[in-house]
Design a protein. Structure first.
Length: 64
């Protein structure tokens, strides 16, 4: 996604579950957005199932 820096990018999946969770991870891991701030934004979009928090932890995120 870094190649699109400064440009609009459309990221989509059928129900916006996968894409919004992956964007949350990208914001925290790559853009260094505070995890609490990013999670607050994610909760405005959807409430991830517990399995997503297991996935987040695999990559070093630890919020719930």
């Amino acid at each position: 996604m870094n190649g699109f820096n400064g440009k609009k990018m459309f990221i989509h999946c059928g129900a916006n579950i996968k894409s919004s969770n992956l964007i949350h991870m990208y914001r925290v891991l790559v853009e260094k957005v505070d995890e609490k701030v990013s999670l607050k934004t994610l909760y405005q979009i959807q409430h991830p199932e517990d399995k997503w928090f297991d996935y987040f932890r695999l990559f070093g995120l630890n919020m719930k």
